[in-house]
Design a protein around this ligand. Structure first.
Ligand code: HEC
Length: 138
């Protein structure tokens, strides 16, 4: 009986584990190396800092105030809308959409575009790592 309970608990923990897949782990590791090279005091990515980036309002590439939430909304479990094309965007939270944060090329491409839309520049390794750490936990 005890064994069964242990097994169920373990299975539950594994199901709930908010982990990147192997290619994404490698990508996060490379962001980490870059962040450390840029700042020797870097000790790791932080979901709280990532959330602050995600909700922060910026002047935007086109001069209209923007944040990541403009298209993705503040509840990442819900879908959003691309304000440039009016096309719907499915939920960004991996808990609601299991395909999210699984494809490094896709993630890199959209982070480049989306940081540009909002911050009118590319994200730093620290910013990208923080924001991905925030999203994976949603
Ligand atoms: C102008 C609208 C818009 C804004 C603003 C925006 N995004 Fe996106 N984002 C999109 C679209 C469109 C996609 C790609 C369509 C899709 O995957 O559903 C996308 C995809 C992504 C993905 C890819 C996820 C995956 O694995 O499929 C990430 C990560 C992401 N956005 C993060 C961000 C972050 C961080 C910000 C703020 C810096 C941001 N987005 C701001 C529209 C936007």
């Amino acid at each position: 009986m005890k064994k069964i309970v242990c097994f169920i608990l373990l299975a539950f923990t594994l199901l709930n584990a908010k982990e990147f897949n192997a290619p994404m782990k490698t990508y996060m590791e490379s962001l980490s190396v870059e962040a450390k090279a840029q700042n020797p005091n870097f000790t790791g990515f932080d979901a709280k800092r990532g959330e602050a980036i995600f909700v922060s309002k910026q002047a935007g590439k086109k001069g209209t105030q923007m944040s990541c939430t403009t298209c993705h909304t503040t509840n990442l479990k819900n879908g959003g809308q691309n304000v440039n094309t009016n096309k719907p965007i499915t939920a960004l939270a991996p808990s609601a959409n299991s395909t999210r944060l699984t494809d490094v090329a896709e993630v890199e491409k959209w982070l480049r575009r989306n940081f540009n839309d909002v911050f009118a520049r590319e994200g730093s390794a620290l910013e990208k790592g923080d924001v991905l750490t925030y999203i994976i936990n949603q």
